[in-house]
Design a binder for this molecule. Structure first.
Ligand SMILES: *[C@@H]1O[C@H](CO)[C@@H](O)[C@H](O)[C@H]1NC(C)=O
Ligand SMILES: *[C@@H]1O[C@H](CO)[C@@H](O)[C@H](O)[C@H]1NC(C)=O
Ligand SMILES: *[C@@H]1O[C@H](CO)[C@@H](O)[C@H](O)[C@H]1NC(C)=O
Ligand SMILES: *[C@@H]1O[C@H](CO)[C@@H](O)[C@H](O)[C@H]1NC(C)=O
Ligand SMILES: *[C@@H]1O[C@H](CO)[C@@H](O)[C@H](O)[C@H]1NC(C)=O
Length: 484
């Protein structure tokens, strides 16, 4: 929750100029690499369509130039569970509940036999870290204790965004002393962003991915959503490649271009991994940002979001903490409307019903609201333009108000009539251009099973929150002082 602090140091103008030069160099390298890849793909595609008889629905894919995997499907009996942190005191009149993220992390640690790899933004799991005396820090402290014990027994690797002097580092010191391997990723130098990803890979077999930081508040005082997938070595191997990229960058001063082939993947939006999830045939892939961190075959996170929207036929529900059609942290200011334009297009061209559930708390940037009001103003019943925005507010007692950077809906997911998308990024330009994040995309439209799909479970979470007393419609006349 401390991005703002992380970004404050960007105030140094000189450094910024250097960084933006550097970024431009990185971009032009990227663009060149992309252009090269695109040319090769076009050639491959042309060749492919010359050599293949035309089928009505065959669409050549970017990965068609990669060698096919040995086994395209995965026979593991993968089990996926949605997990949530519900802030202390929040109550829903709903039967929609999921296991806690705290419980999920405990389960993962108790399953671990050989290795735990964690990609993380920052570590504040104890009261000491935050200068608080909160009983609800217990869960975070228990996680740190168990993880420290395991660090002496198995391989525990932690990739973390390079902390600043002002940030607490006691947890990392304790883990290091207990035997964990820690690498700091200097995102500021690499991309002018931060490592914002939050995921776990355990025994190269189980994974967790979601919005929760390694922060005690993420377990009891902030509303979070994630997914755990157990017994799923194919998916874990693919997430492992994203982890290895961070691990590599922890020791490297620059981003490889292209990435060595060991980081490449076969699984992306065009050729997802086919596997049974909860006994249901599913197509799944992991996307990653920024684009310069994507090895061959990897779908960049923004492309994944845009294509999930494109594929929707009746609704797109989005729950994110921040939504801004801008580069939130860049100076001079930059407008960035890729997602905003896609949403307006889907509403207008497809008549898709769009709902955005955005968070409002003391630290919300006021400039978010005019842009959200602009989106909401597209609603017009007569013209069948169906888009609505609500603000989710986590109420606080006076005592809870004193907890720094807490009491907020920190979710980052999207659910359409077809797809469940569970991510780690806020929705503003920076998170797709310079900040590291990743997402799990699940497609179970082929399901004939009686088990609820991930999509239907996620839709229920969204509807529970949307319909609750904690969310208020944003209208042209809304005065934020009354809302949050
Ligand atoms: C999202 O943005 C807010 C405001 O800049 C920040 O406090 C928060 O840490 C970001 N999200 C995550 C997952 O950290
Ligand atoms: C971990 O501890 C070793 C030895 O005390 C030290 O050299 C290293 O810098 C520490 N690493 C981190 C990330 O704190
Ligand atoms: C994972 O597989 C093992 C062995 O088949 C099984 O005992 C365990 O219950 C499974 N875990 C989950 C969460 O399904
Ligand atoms: C989801 O899977 C179905 C069939 O398995 C496929 O036709 C569809 O294109 C997929 N959608 C997306 C967005 O991947
Ligand atoms: C739950 O329902 C009760 C009674 O209908 C109502 O007073 C309360 O405000 C509701 N709470 C939420 C969080 O929706």
């Amino acid at each position: 929750m401390k991005t703002d602090i992380a970004y404050n140091q960007l105030a140094d103008a000189e450094r910024r100029r250097q960084e933006s030069n550097r970024r431009e160099r990185v971009y032009s390298r990227c663009l060149f690499a992309l252009a090269t890849v695109a040319t090769v793909l076009l050639a491959a595609t042309a060749l492919y369509s010359l050599l293949t008889p035309r089928a009505p629905f065959s669409h050549p894919t970017p990965s068609s130039s990669l060698p096919r995997p040995q086994a395209e499907s995965c026979s593991d009996a993968c089990k996926i569970v949605l997990v949530e942190s519900i802030p202390e005191g929040l109550e829903f009149n709903s039967s929609t509940t999921h296991p806690s993220i705290f419980q999920a992390w405990l389960n993962l640690m108790s399953e671990a036999r050989s290795s735990i790899d964690i990609a993380s933004f920052y570590w504040t799991l104890t009261n000491k870290d935050t200068g608080t005396e909160e009983p609800t820090a217990y869960q975070g402290e228990a996680i740190l204790k168990t993880l420290s014990e395991l660090s002496g027994k198995l391989s525990v690797r932690i990739a973390v965004n390079t902390p600043q002097q002002s940030q607490p580092q006691a947890d990392l010191r304790q883990l290091n002393e207990s035997g964990a391997d820690i690498r700091t990723v200097n995102m500021r130098a690499l991309t002018s962003g931060v490592l914002h990803t939050k995921f776990w890979v355990v025994d190269k077999k189980h994974i967790y991915i979601g919005s929760a930081n390694m922060d005690w508040r993420s377990l009891t005082q902030v509303k979070e959503l994630g997914a755990v997938v157990y017994n799923c070595s194919c998916l874990a191997a693919d997430l492992g490649k994203i982890f290895e990229a961070y691990w590599f960058l922890g020791e490297s001063e620059s981003i490889p271009s292209p990435w060595p082939s060991s980081f490449s993947t076969y699984y992306n939006k065009d050729t997802p991994l086919q596997l049974p999830l909860n006994n249901t045939p599913s197509s799944v892939y992991l996307s990653s940002s920024p684009p310069s961190f994507c090895a061959a075959g990897r779908t960049p996170d923004l492309q994944s979001i845009l294509s999930v929207m494109e594929d929707a036929r009746s609704f797109i529900y989005i729950a994110v903490m921040n939504y801004l059609p801008t580069m939130e942290f860049s100076r001079p200011k930059r407008y960035w409307a890729d997602i905003d334009t896609q949403l307006r297009r889907m509403v207008y061209e497809r008549r898709v019903k769009v709902r955005l559930l955005i968070s409002c708390w003391a630290s919300t940037q006021p400039v978010m609201f005019p842009f959200l009001k602009s989106l909401a103003s597209v609603y017009d019943h007569k013209s069948k333009l169906d888009i609505q925005v609500r603000l989710f507010v986590v109420p606080s007692t006076p005592k809870q108000k004193e907890i720094p950077f807490a009491r907020v809906n920190h979710n980052k997911y999207m659910v359409t009539d077809k797809i469940a998308y569970i991510g780690t990024s806020n929705w503003s330009g920076d998170y797709f251009v310079s900040t590291a994040g990743s997402a799990l995309v699940v497609n179970q439209t082929a399901s004939q099973s009686l088990e609820p799909t991930v999509q239907s479970q996620l839709r229920e979470v969204f509807e529970r929150d949307w319909d609750s007393d904690y969310s208020k419609p944003l209208t042209q006349n809304s005065d934020l002082k009354d809302l949050c």
